[in-house]
Design a protein around this ligand. Structure first.
Ligand SMILES: [Zn+2]
Length: 257
């Protein structure tokens, strides 16, 4: 039996309100044992904690999407994460997005907020789940400069050279099902060692078919593509990725009881 941990999904998204229990049943049937929920603001953090209490396969994450440049909102969320440390499995998603944020002064604010979350990750010993669109190199160098330790780079779109620095620092990279339709992601997987790979879905986006709702059950598609690129048996990839995930997140992502 192949078993998976989806390390990055947005099940708080309204796309899942009509049928979340069905989505979770399909995930379970596909071998998904745990889903780590990402949050983009304080309301998602509340909702993720609620969802994790309701469904034993879910773990809550809390973060601020990098399009938010409100330092006060960041501080409020940081205080919330400190208070709810024991109910939270990850800080995320946070990071840099130079595709949305174009001006130097706004990017400076974005970097300041990202730094605060990196510091929080170190303070609370929580993994940090990082978004870095069109800012892969910048995100990695900031993480290295701050001495970040438990790092997941999600859907990394940077170059292999920037990625290798992160590999040397012991950071992990999560591969979504959209790898089947992205030359850049396929190339990156080809360069990265299996020992630093995780799987994610980023549901409801980054699915195998552009424009269609993605869900955690599709994680196997990402695993199969990694196995194809690495020319390894699927079972070997899935087992190693499971081990990598536990190394980063610890026992809290293992199935309950
Ligand atoms: Zn995401």
């Amino acid at each position: 039996m192949l078993e998976f941990i989806d390390t990055h999904a947005h099940l708080h998204d309204p796309a899942f309100s009509p049928d979340l229990p069905d989505v979770l049943s399909r995930a379970t049937a596909a071998g998904v044992r745990t889903v780590i929920l990402m949050g983009e603001d304080l309301s998602h953090a509340h909702k993720n904690i609620e969802l994790a209490k309701k469904y034993s396969m879910l773990r809550a994450g809390a973060g601020l999407y990098p399009d938010c440049l409100d330092m006060e909102a960041a501080e409020t969320l940081i205080a919330f994460i400190r208070t709810h440390r024991n109910e939270i499995a990850a800080i995320g998603e946070v990071g840099l997005d130079y595709w949305i944020i174009k001006t130097d002064s706004e990017r400076e604010v974005q970097r300041e907020i990202f730094k605060r979350f990196i510091e929080l990750s170190l303070e609370l010993d929580l993994p940090i789940n990082v978004h870095s669109r069109s800012a892969g190199r910048q995100a990695v160098s900031l993480l290295l400069a701050k001495g970040a330790e438990k790092v997941q780079l999600h859907a990394f779109d940077g170059r292999a050279a920037a990625a290798m620095e992160a590999v040397e620092a012991g950071y992990y990279f999560s591969v979504p099902p959209s790898v089947v339709r992205s030359r850049q992601k396929q190339k990156l997987v080809g360069h990265l060692p299996l020992s630093c790979l995780l799987l994610e879905t980023d549901s409801p986006v980054l699915g195998p078919v552009c424009g269609q709702r993605n869900e955690p059950a599709h994680i196997r598609i990402a695993a199969e593509e990694v196995a194809r690129i690495k020319n390894l048996p699927l079972q070997a990839v899935v087992e190693r990725v499971w081990q990598n995930t536990i190394e980063l997140y610890g026992d809290c992502v293992l199935p309950h009881g």
